[in-house]
Design a protein around this ligand. Structure first.
Ligand code: SF4
Length: 452
C-alpha cells in the first residue's frame, strides 16, 4: 500500500501537512491527525503539484468550505471568460474550483483553468471528457479502460479531487429509467455513464474497476469525491428509493477506499425541502462513518429560477450547520444558462455567507469573532473597518456612497441615526459594555451542530 497521507496519519505520526493545516484551522493537530486517519477529514491535494496549491482541509471540526464550478459548456466556449471566473473565485474567497468544461479542447482548457485558479485546489469530473472524446473516437462502444485512462490523465495533470460516478450500478440505471421519478437522472456525469451502461449493457466501468481506481488515487494521493448520479433534481424525488440505494452503494465504496488508504468524500443533493436537510446530513454521516459530505446547495424550492443561488444558499446554511463540510455553490444562472462572471461572483458570495452562518453554529466563538468585530465597528460608525470586514468590501462601499456621504452615519436615517442621536449619552460607557456583552455571549456559545 503506498504511503498516502491517510496511511501515514494512521501510524501515529502527524504528517507536516496535517500540522500546518491544524495551525491554519486553529485545531488540535493530534485530533486532526485522527480524523484524517479515520477518513473524517480529507485534504484536497495531489502530490504532482503540492507546492502550487494551498492547504484545504474538508471535514469534521473544520471551517465549512465553498466550491466554485466553472468551465465551458457544449454551446458556449469562451476560455477567456472561464479564466476571468477562475480569478473571481480566487479574489472572492472560494476554497476550491471545479473545472466542468465540456466544450473545446478539454485538456488545454483544464490546464489553463488550473493555472488561473492557483493556488486553489482543482476538481474535475473525468466522466465528461471520457464520454465526449470517447464517442468521437469509438462511437457508442467506448471501451471501459478509456474511462480509467482519462482519470489517470487528470491525476497526472495534478487534479486534486475528482467526482467519480462509481455508485451508479447497472441495476440502478435500469431501475431509474423505469422509475416514477419526475426527473430520473439530473446529474450530467451520471446521465453519460447511464447512457454508456444502457448502450453497452455492461456494468459501470468505475464501479467494476473500483480497486484499480483506488490504486490510481493512492499513487497520486488525491481525493475521490463520490458522485451522486441519482441525486434528486426535484423536491418530490428527494430520499426516494433510488436516492437512498445509490447512497448505500457509495457508503460501501467509502469503506473500500479507506481500507486502501485513499481519501474520499461523498457528494449529496440537489433539491430537497428544508425540513429534510438535517435528516439527510445525519443519515449520510451515519452510514459513511463520518465521511466529509459535499452538497450541491441543496435547493429548498424548485421555483426560484433566476435566484437559485438564494434558494440554494438557504439550504446550504442549514446543511452546513447540521454537519455538511463542503458546499458547492449555485449561481443565479442555475437551470437557465452557463453563468457569466458576475453571476459566478453572486453565487460565490451567497455561499460564503451560508458557510459562515453554518460555522457560527458549528465552530462557535472561533467563527463568531468576525461578526463581533463587525458589530463593534457598526456601533462605532467606523465605516472603513466595516468595509474591511465585509464579505464583499467593494459592494458594501459602493452602496454606502450611492447618494454621497452626508453625515457620519449612513443615508438610511442620516442625521437621525440611532448611534448619532444617543451618541453623547453612550460614548463613555460604550467600550467596556461592548466587551462585557461579547464575553458573556461567547461564553454561552460553545461549538455545536444544529439540532444535535
Ligand atoms: S443611519 Fe440608520 S441604518 Fe445607518 S448606521 Fe445609523 S442607524 Fe444604522
Amino acid at each position: 500500500m503506498p504511503k498516502t497521507l491517510m496511511v501515514e496519519a494512521r501510524t501515529g505520526n502527524t504528517p507536516e501537512e496535517v500540522k500546518k493545516l491544524a495551525r491554519i484551522e486553529g485545531v488540535d493537530p493530534n485530533k486532526l491527525r485522527t480524523r484524517v486517519a479515520e477518513g473524517r477529514v480529507v485534504i484536497a491535494r495531489n502530490i504532482a503539484r503540492l507546492d502550487r496549491v494551498k492547504l484545504v482541509g474538508i471535514g469534521e471540526g473544520l471551517r465549512t468550505k465553498v466550491n466554485v464550478n466553472l468551465g465551458t459548456s457544449g454551446t458556449v466556449v469562451d476560455v477567456e471568460m472561464e479564466i476571468e471566473k477562475a480569478k473571481i473565485a480566487v479574489k472572492y474567497g472560494a476554497d476550491t474550483v471545479m473545472d466542468l468544461s465540456i466544450g473545446g479542447d478539454l485538456d488545454s482548457i483544464r490546464r489553463t483553468i488550473m493555472q488561473a485558479a492557483e493556488p486553489l485546489p482543482i476538481g474535475t469530473v473525468p466522466t465528461y471528457q471520457a464520454w465526449i472524446e470517447g464517442v468521437k473516437r469509438y462511437g457508442e462502444s467506448i471501451p471501459e479502460d478509456w474511462f480509467l485512462k482519462v482519470v489517470e490523465k487528470h491525476l497526472r495533470d495534478g487534479v486534486d479531487f475528482m467526482t467519480i460516478h462509481a455508485a451508479l450500478t447497472k441495476e440502478l440505471v435500469k431501475k431509474a429509467v423505469k422509475s416514477k421519478r419526475v426527473e430520473p437522472i439530473v446529474s450530467r456525469g451520471g446521465a453519460l455513464i447511464a447512457a454508456w451502461i444502457l448502450e453497452n449493457d455492461e456494468e459501470n466501468p468505475y464501479y467494476k474497476n473500483w480497486d484499480y481506481i483506488l490504486e490510481l488515487f493512492a499513487e497520486y494521493d488525491a481525493v475521490i469525491s463520490l458522485g451522486d448520479s441519482l441525486r434528486p433534481g426535484a423536491l418530490v424525488d428527494a430520499h426516494d428509493e433510488l436516492h437512498l440505494e445509490e447512497l448505500m452503494v457509495n457508503a460501501k465504496l467509502v469503506s473500500r477506499a479507506r481500507e486502501a488508504g485513499v481519501q474520499v468524500m461523498v457528494e449529496g443533493p440537489g433539491h430537497m425541502a428544508l425540513d429534510r436537510i438535517v435528516f439527510d446530513i445525519k443519515l449520510v454521516k451515519s452510514i459513511t462513518k463520518g465521511a466529509p459530505y459535499y452538497v450541491l446547495g441543496p435547493l429548498v424550492t424548485d421555483v426560484a429560477a433566476g435566484y437559485d443561488h438564494i434558494a440554494a444558499a438557504i439550504g446550504a446554511a442549514i446543511a452546513g450547520a447540521a454537519g455538511a463540510d463542503f458546499l458547492c455553490y449555485l449561481t443565479p444562472a442555475e437551470h437557465l444558462s452557463l453563468p457569466n462572471p458576475e453571476q459566478v461572483k453572486e453565487g460565490l458570495i451567497a455561499f460564503r455567507i451560508a458557510a459562515h452562518a453554518a460555522d457560527i453554529v458549528k465552530l462557535g466563538a472561533k467563527a463568531l469573532e468576525w461578526d463581533v468585530r463587525m458589530s463593534i465597528a457598526r456601533a462605532k460608525l467606523d465605516w472603513q473597518q466595516m468595509f474591511d470586514l465585509a464579505i464583499d468590501p467593494e459592494r458594501a462601499k459602493s452602496i454606502y456612497t450611492q447618494f454621497g456621504v452626508r453625515t457620519k452615519a449612513c443615508n438610511m436615517c442620516g442625521q437621525y441615526c440611532a448611534f448619532l442621536v444617543l451618541g453623547k449619552f453612550l460614548e463613555k460607557r460604550r467600550q467596556p459594555v461592548l466587551e462585557e456583552t461579547i464575553r458573556e455571549y461567547l461564553s454561552r456559545r460553545p461549538s455545536q451542530t444544529l439540532f444535535p
